[in-house]
Each structure stands twice: as C-alpha cells, then as structure tokens.
Design a binder for this molecule. Structure first.
Ligand code: NIG
Ligand code: FE
Length: 465
C-alpha cells in the first residue's frame, strides 16, 4: 500500500460529523489559518489537521513518510469530494429548441404533454447505440470530475420500457466500474408515460427503435399531441410495477427507485404504489417531489420514511405544501430524515422566479442537500459549484450551508454518509484541492474552474494542467 500527503493547505473543510440540519446546516467543520495537511493511506483517510500533528500520527502508525506521495495545496482549500445526489447522466440528444419554445411561453409540462420534453429525449435515447450513450456519459463524467465531483447518483428513465431501462442501468454500472467517479444507479421507469401507452396507441406496443424524436423540432415548432389520459397513465404504472420493477430487481444494479411525482405526471397515489412495490423488492427510495406544484410528494416521502421504508431523499421541492414541510420536519425530528435535495439550477434554467424555500426547510430542521439535476431538458449543467452559487444568490444559503449540502448531506441522501462526504480518519479518501483559500470563495467565482486536484479512493485522478 502507499499513501498520499496533501500539504500546505490554507484551510480544510472536513465536514466531520453527522448529517446536518437546522442550525448545524452551516457547520462545515473548518480548520483554517495555518499549515494544514491531509494524509491518506491506501483508499482511506489517515489523518487531518495541523501539519505537525498529521506527521506525528503518520509516525505513530509506524508508516514511513517516504511511502507518501506529496501533493502541494499551495495554500488552497481542501474539501471532501463533492457528491451529486441527483443526475440524469445517460441520455442522447440535446433540447435547446425547447428552451426557445419556453422562452416564448410554452410551459414545461405543456411541452411534455404534447409528446416533447422528456419524450423527445426518450426517442433519441432509444435510438442511440450503447457506444453513443457511453461516450456521452464519459464526456460528462470527465467534466464533473474536473469540477470536483467524485460520486454521483445516475437515473435511468429515458427508455421507459423493460429492455431499455435495463440497458441504461447496465451502462451506468459499466461507467461506475470504469471510474474514477463512483455512480449510484437509480431506476426511474416512472419518469413519463411513453408514446406506446398513450391514448390511441396499443398499450404494450413495442417501441420503434430509430423512431424520430417526437419533440419540439429543431425548427422550434410546438409539438402537437395531448397529455396521456388517466387510463393510459394507469396502464403504464401497472407495467412499471408488474414488468419493469421485477426485471430491475433481478438485474441487481439499481440501488434506488425514483418517481416523477407531479400533478399531471404521476400522482402521489401512483407514486406510493410504485415506491412500495420497489421497497418490497429491496430497493431504497427517493422521489421527484413538488417541482412545479404541491403534489403530495413531500408528504409521501415523509410517510414512507415514517413507515420504515428507506426513503432517503425528496428532490426539487420548489413548491411543497405547508403540510409537506411539516411532515418532513417531523420525520427529521424523529430520526428518520428524508433529505430535501434542492435543484436550483433547474428552477433557474426553466426561467422560474420561484425557488425551493430553502431557508424555511432549514429553519424547520430538515436536512438540505443540493444537486445538479443534470439532464438535457431542464438543467444541462455538470457543475456543483455553480449550483452552490445559484443556491447562495437565489435561496439565501450561506457558502458553508451550500458546501454541507453538496458533501455530507448529499452523501446521506444516497445512504453513503458513513463512507463518504467528510474528511475523517477511516473514511474513503475522496478529496478536492481548490484554487481558492476559503469556503466563501467556492460559490463566489461564478462558473469558475476552481478544482486544482481531485483525489478518489486515495489516488490523484485529476490534476489541472
Ligand atoms: O428533474 N422533472 C423531471 N425530470 C427531470 C427533467 C427531465 C427532462 O426534462 O428531461 C428533472 O427536472
Ligand atoms: Fe431530475
């Protein structure tokens, strides 16, 4: 085994300790104002703190100092590797035409109801080869790594049939094995009702590989079509529960099941049935909750968690009801917290003036995480530091609260808080050395390329040229 010694850090935000909520949301557990170091041995953190103390601990372990590769932090900030707890990593195609439609007044759900939006990405993804999906995924992961992300959740949900959803999870598993970013696969079969289930189409009809995107065309014309009726949505929910979920569980790659719980997409009742079926098959749970309107998503997440099912995260929450916030506060207080994973880049990119009520959620004692929501429709960004900036400007988070939200709390939102998300002896050595001297400057340099070195499992896997 060999070691890595990061030295001459001006500050280290360790994020040591438990999941953060309430007043603790802003506690980044920072050492600053001297010569600081972090020592790693193998894939684990060995010691962190004042350089002389770290050297003493290395000696106390009986480890030879020349077995440590040295990495000079040049007075910069060291943090845990960032954790992106909500991405739609694998997809084909882009949707800039839809962005322009929206700018002219078309609503996000209107475009989806008409067969565009998510469904245009479904058509492009079904038509793409494994190689195309993998190379798109690799290119995005490389940029995420360069931005300091060392772990990311990755959802399926752009195939919406058994074989295609299994394929997306299989490719996610392959990219996880390739590394260095560690991926947490989530099954999102209930992302939208696919065209073959919509009224007028025979339920269960095979997808046509190679079908052209039904979407907002490149010419920017609004797509024609209608929202799926209640029977079509129910038939698809039955397919997700009866066919997709059992196949996904047999495949054994997905850790989580997610549902787009939203008025006009999947109701809280439908989401509840899908998520309970997933829990019966051994999957942990998370959901897209109350993104555009109060839809019972926050209430459902809290109820599942209170019932002992592992519902670790309720995401978006741009429009939760008062009852939903109260329910999330109760389970947090009771020790079964559902992390509120907020996605402000999505609200911003959709041109909303309305963001998740982060301050209210924090004041209510609900642990808050932040994630990119990386996807081609509503959040084509790979940068967690940009998301931190938007959170500080638009939702009033402090930089320290935002850092907590992309490290220890995000790790807990993925059920990985005991292994990653903080710099503590014994935890996995996932680290970033930044070109800024303080936590406050991380979200300050808007869109900046600030990561100098990124370490995954004790290995330097990215060094900025
Ligand atoms: O989290 N809201 C649902 N799903 C994604 C958007 C996916 C898409 O538009 O392709 C989201 O914003
Ligand atoms: Fe999403």
């Amino acid at each position: 085994m060999s070691g890595l010694l990061i030295e001459k850090a001006g500050a280290v935000a360790t994020l040591a300790g438990e999941i953060r909520r309430g007043g603790a949301q802003g506690d980044a557990a920072v050492f600053s104002g001297g010569s600081l170091a972090v020592a790693c041995w193998g894939d684990r953190i060995l010691a962190v703190g004042w350089a002389d103390e770290v050297h003493r601990q290395i000696a106390a372990e009986g480890l030879p100092i020349n077995a440590f590769r040295r990495l000079d932090a040049h007075g910069g900030l060291v943090t845990p590797g960032l954790v992106d707890a909500h991405t739609h990593l694998l997809f084909a195609g882009t949707r800039e035409a839809e962005w322009q439609l929206r700018a002219r007044g078309a609503g996000y759900l209107e475009v989806l109801a008409a067969g565009g939006g998510i469904l245009s990405t479904v058509a492009a993804t079904r038509a793409a080869s494994d190689q195309e999906l993998l190379s798109g995924g690799r290119a995005r992961l490389a940029q995420m790594l360069a931005g300091g992300t060392t772990t990311a959740e990755a959802k399926s949900g752009y195939a919406l049939d058994v074989a295609g959803e299994l394929r997306l999870l299989e490719l996610t598993g392959r990219l996880d094995r390739e590394g260095p970013i560690e991926l947490v696969p989530t099954f999102l079969g209930a992302h939208a009702v696919p065209p073959e289930f919509r009224d007028g189409a025979a339920p269960g009809a095979a997808a046509r590989p190679g079908a052209p995107p039904a979407a907002a065309s490149a010419a920017g014309a609004p797509p024609a079509g209608a929202a799926p009726g209640p029977e079509a949505t129910e038939a698809y929910v039955a397919h997700v529960i009866g066919d997709q979920l059992p196949a996904v569980a047999r495949q054994g790659i997905a850790s989580f099941c997610d549902v787009f719980c939203e008025q006009g997409v999947f109701s809280a009742d439908q989401s509840n049935r899908i998520l309970r079926a997933a829990a019966d098959l051994g999957l942990a749970l998370r959901l897209h909750a109350d993104e555009l309107a109060p839809s019972g998503g926050a209430e459902l997440a809290a109820e599942l968690s209170a019932g002992g099912l592992q519902c670790l995260s309720a995401d978006h929450l741009a429009a939760p009801s008062d009852a939903g916030i109260a329910a999330l506060a109760r389970v947090a207080e009771a020790g079964a917290p559902v992390v509120a994973t907020l996605l402000p880049a999505t609200s911003w990119f959709l041109g909303k003036r309305h963001f998740a009520p982060a301050r209210r959620l924090i004041d209510a004692g609900i642990p808050v995480a932040l994630a990119t929501d990386l996807n081609p429709g509503t959040s084509p960004t790979l940068s967690l530091t940009l998301v931190m900036s938007i959170a500080c400007v638009e939702m009033g988070l402090t930089p320290a609260e935002a850092l907590v939200a992309v490290t220890i709390n995000a790790a807990h939102a993925l059920g990985l808080g005991e292994r990653i998300g903080s710099i503590e002896p014994g935890k996995q050595a996932d680290l970033v050395v930044w070109d800024v001297p303080s936590v406050e400057q991380l979200p300050y340099w808007l869109g900046g390329r600030l990561a100098r070195s990124v370490v995954k499992r004790g290995r330097a896997v990215f060094e900025r040229a």
